[in-house]
Design a protein around this ligand. Structure first.
Ligand SMILES: Nc1ncnc2c1ncn2[C@@H]1O[C@H](COP(=O)(O)OP(=O)(O)OP(=O)(O)O)[C@@H](O)[C@H]1O
Ligand SMILES: Nc1nc2c(ncn2[C@@H]2O[C@H](COP(=O)(O)O)[C@@H](O)[C@H]2O)c(=O)[nH]1
Length: 208
């Protein structure tokens, strides 16, 4: 068994409105974990309540495209009229430091990550039914009806790409979905045989 102190890269993905952000927040509220979240960069307008540097790094289109040219993203994609990308330097630093890094990104970007980091763990979140997706997007109330329709249309194409993922997690109840993701991360961690020290840290046990 190979010992590996490099952290695990976990990609949480799925259609817009399925609850990725909500489940990811619940995951990070769980006690005793060694997960860090990679804050993405976007050209989308800030929503009320969102904080720059916490929810996203909000930048102009010019700034974003300059960074693309400079190779500063692990992956990036255009999603319903806006750009989104994962800053490369921070992800690398944290993985090198042995931290488990969680990305919460759409499907095109997730498939780019799979190509570049083949040992990442790919998790596709699905709703308990297609109607739930529509209801959740509407309930969130952050997009116009037109944009909701575009996101739903995109979701129908994205579902067909779920076969490229390692795991499918149903987001019926937020806490159940978060528990399932944590179980996957722990199992993957043990499988790839990272050092026992890091594993004990992940499961919240002190080494004797
Ligand atoms: N299990 C659930 N049951 C009911 N509502 C949920 C559940 N999970 C999330 N929601 C609600 O669905 C809406 C969309 O959730 P969220 O913003 O987390 O989705 P998302 O997948 O991150 O969306 P996007 O990809 O557009 O950022 C929110 O209003 C959230 O409160
Ligand atoms: N490819 C990437 N997709 C990302 C990234 N950060 C977020 N996202 C995804 O974009 C859509 C829309 O997000 P919203 O905040 O406007 O609702 C959603 O699916 C996000 O998960 C990223 O860095 N790269």
């Amino acid at each position: 068994m190979k010992l590996n102190d490099r952290g695990l890269l976990v990609v949480v993905s799925g259609p817009s409105g399925v609850g990725k952000g909500t489940v990811r927040k619940a995951l990070f509220e769980m006690p005793k974990h060694n997960l860090t979240y990679s804050v993405s960069m976007t050209t989308r307008k800030q929503r009320p309540g969102e904080k720059d540097g916490v929810d996203y790094y909000f930048v102009s289109k010019e700034e974003f495209l300059k960074r693309v040219e400079e190779g500063k993203f692990l992956e990036h994609a255009e999603f319903v009229g806006n750009y989104y990308g994962t800053p490369l330097d921070k992800v690398n630093e944290r993985l090198e430091d042995g931290q488990e890094v969680v990305l919460e990104i759409e499907v095109e970007g997730a498939l780019q990550v799979k190509k570049k980091v083949p040992d990442c763990v790919m998790i596709f979140i699905v709703p308990p039914g297609k109607e739930a997706l529509y209801q959740r997007l509407r309930k969130r109330g952050t997009e116009s009806e037109d944009v909701i329709e575009q996101r739903i249309e995109k979701a129908n194409r994205e579902f067909k790409l779920a076969k490229y993922y390692d795991y499918i997690v149903v987001n019926d109840e937020v806490s159940n979905a978060a528990d399932r993701i944590m179980a996957i991360i722990r199992a993957e961690h043990a499988k790839t045989a990272r050092s026992i020290h890091k594993y004990m840290e992940l499961i919240g046990e002190d080494e004797e």
